[in-house]
Design a protein around this ligand. Structure first.
Ligand code: NAP
Ligand code: MG
Length: 311
């Protein structure tokens, strides 16, 4: 299998390095002015334009940002895709019709669970990771085998693969990151932290109570389930928390989650992502700048320095 890795960011770099260590020497596809070219050439990969890389491969792994898939596919003449397998790490651009590759190529999903650095670390430690996989279109007749072979080559063995569709992966992944893992969690930490600070506790105190011990609780939930976690904390913590959980996550919270799910499922979020991309990511930059100035961020920076012995 001759593989082209298109994009060399978080996933691109990790997957390209894992493929190389497995013995499949991938080539890299990046636009001529891409900032990532120097990083890929430092690692001594052969770099081509996306078009040239796709011409030279059997399978192209599309690891450019989702909001750039449209530009990328506009630069590739459809005839070059005939008989090729396109492998995606996220279902969004296909599920919501942001791109429409020709019916002459395979559309395969291999979506690892974890950021690139983690995928690389686990591979180096010889530990398997999990991924979703699926086939939207099987033009070559070999798409299933190619998906499984590709996943194994980046470090995800057969038992770590969970079958899904592009649509379900896209909706589930986006909902999970927005509502639970990234958006929801940060909002919960921030709101809890601010409530304590506004009530007179010091930011250090609020940070230690609301954020610092998060990994310990998550480890307990991952190892023993939510009930197992409650069984392992103090009775004071367990009795109060089980009650507070139901008060916080009441009907109105569920309705808000359902509304966010609707925005994702209907394609509204995918359209707003494209609008953001076309207008210079203004809202994203504004929101991130605000978070960088937040009391919670400052408390983390102070605590990080103190624990590193620099303050
Ligand atoms: P990323 O870190 O933002 O890197 C994107 C790479 O693509 C960069 O090297 C960028 O180059 C390059 N690029 C930009 N425009 C391009 C174009 N038109 N043609 C070719 N390359 C282009 O992206 P990522 O987070 O790895 O995400 C890649 C894919 O993996 C996405 O589909 C994402 O949803 C999926 N995924 C990501 C994660 C994760 O944790 N990051 C996890 C699972 C799945 P420049 O340096 O020039 O910008
Ligand atoms: Mg995602």
């Amino acid at each position: 299998m001759k593989i082209a890795v298109i994009g060399y960011g978080s996933q691109g770099q990790a997957q390209a390095m894992n493929l190389r260590d497995t013995g499949l020497m991938p080539i890299i596809g990046l636009p001529p002015k891409s900032k990532s070219r120097s990083l890929a050439s430092k690692e001594r990969f052969e770099i081509y334009t996306p078009q040239k890389a796709i011409e030279r491969c059997d399978s192209a792994v599309i690891l450019a940002p989702d909001h750039k898939h449209r530009d990328l596919f506009e630069s590739i003449p459809p005839r070059l895709l005939a008989g090729k397998s396109l492998i995606f790490a996220h279902g969004l651009s296909i599920a919501f019709g942001l791109i429409k590759p020709p019916s002459t190529c395979d559309l395969i999903l291999v979506a690892p669970h974890g950021p690139g650095v983690r995928i690389r670390e686990l591979y180096k430690e010889g530990k398997p990771f999990t991924a979703f996989w699926g086939v939207e279109h099987n033009a070559t007749g070999k798409a299933n085998e190619i998906a499984i072979e590709y996943a194994a080559a980046i470090g995800c063995p057969r038992q770590g693969l969970f079958k899904t569709s592009f649509r379900d992966e896209a909706i589930g992944d986006i909902f999970g990151e927005q509502v639970v893992l990234c958006g929801g969690l940060t909002g919960l930490l921030e709101t809890g932290f601010e409530t304590l600070v506004k009530s007179g506790l010091s930011p250090e105190n609020a940070y230690l109570e609301c954020v610092y011990q998060l990994d310990l609780i998550i480890d307990l939930i991952k190892s023993h389930g939510p009930a197992g976690m409650f069984e392992r904390i103090s009775k004071t913590a367990a009795i109060g928390s089980l009650d507070a959980k139901d008060k916080l996550f009441d009907k109105s919270m569920r309705q808000k989650m359902k509304k966010l799910f609707g925005e994702i499922e209907s394609g509204r979020f995918a359209r707003s992502l494209m609008r953001e991309s076309e207008t210079g990511m203004k809202q994203y930059k504004r929101n991130l700048a605000k978070l960088k100035k937040s009391k919670l961020q400052k408390a983390q920076e102070k605590m990080g320095k103190r624990m590193a012995g620099r303050a």
